[in-house]
Ligand binder design. Structure first.
Ligand code: GDP
Length: 180
C-alpha cells in the first residue's frame, strides 16, 4: 500500500533469534514476554512523540529464514520499504554480528541510495556469554556510518534506552527527509 506523507518506516534486520520481536514488543508494550512467534512478519503502527513533534511510525519486524547452506531468504521489498534500518545482532552470537555487513550491503545494493540505520547489539544482559566485544560493535558502527547501541530487551531497567533507540530511528528518518 502507498506510504503516507510524513510516515516513518523502521525495519528491523538481523538473523533469527537476535531479539527483533522482543525489542519491538518492548517498545510497543513496554513488556518482555520471553517467547515470540518466529515466523510471523509483522507491521506495528504507532505515533512517536520525539523532540516535541509527532510522527506516524510503522515498524516492520521482519521474519527471515536461514537456508540449509547458511544463506538468507531475503525479500527485496525490505530494502525499499524502510526509512531507517535497525541492524540487530546478539552480543552472545558472533555469527549474528558477522551477518550485519551483508544486511547493510544488501539494502544498499537494492536501493542504490544511502541507507540510514542504527547498529544494535542486543542481549547485553548475557555478559557471561559474550562473543562480541563492545569495541567491535563500536568499530563496525563507525565503518558503516551508524550510531551504536548495546541494549537488552530482557532487562526491564533498560526500557527507556529501548524507547530512545526507536526515537533515534525517527530522528534518522527526519534527517533522511531533510537530505532528499
Ligand atoms: P527474533 O527471531 O530476532 O525476532 O528474536 P526473538 O525476539 O524471537 O528472540 C529470540 C529469543 O531470544 C527469545 O527466546 C527471547 O526471549 C530471547 N531474547 C530476546 N532479547 C533478549 C535479551 O535482550 N536478553 C536475553 N537474555 N534474551 C533475549
Amino acid at each position: 500500500y502507498d506510504k503516507e506523507y510524513n510516515c516513518c518506516r523502521i525495519v528491523l534486520l538481523g538473523i533469527p533469534g537476535v531479539g527483533k520481536t522482543a525489542l519491538t514488543v518492548r517498545f510497543m508494550t513496554r513488556r518482555f514476554i520471553g517467547e515470540y512467534c518466529p515466523t510471523l512478519e509483522t507491521i506495528h503502527r504507532c505515533q512517536c512523540h520525539v523532540d516535541n513533534e509527532d510522527t506516524r511510525t510503522e515498524i516492520l519486524d521482519t521474519a527471515g529464514q536461514m537456508c540449509a547452506d547458511g544463506g538468507w531468504v531475503w525479500k527485496d521489498y525490505y530494502a525499499f520499504w524502510g526509512d531507517c534500518y535497525l541492524f540487530i545482532y546478539s552480543i552472545n552470537d558472533r555469527q549474528s554480528f558477522e551477518q550485519i555487513m551483508n544486511f547493510k550491503r544488501h539494502v544498499e545494493n537494492i536501493r542504490q541510495a544511502p541507507v540510514f540505520g542504527l547498529l544494535v547489539g542486543n542481549k547485553a544482559d548475557l555478559l557471561h556469554d559474550r562473543q562480541v566485544p563492545e569495541v567491535e560493535g563500536i568499530e563496525l558502527a563507525d565503518e558503516i556510518g551508524c550510531r551504536f547501541y548495546e541494549i537488552s530487551a530482557a532487562d526491564w531497567t533498560q526500557v527507556d534506552k529501548i524507547v530512545d533507540l526507536f526515537h533515534d530511528a525517527v530522528r534518522e528518518y527526519r534527517r533522511s527527509r531533510g537530505m532528499r
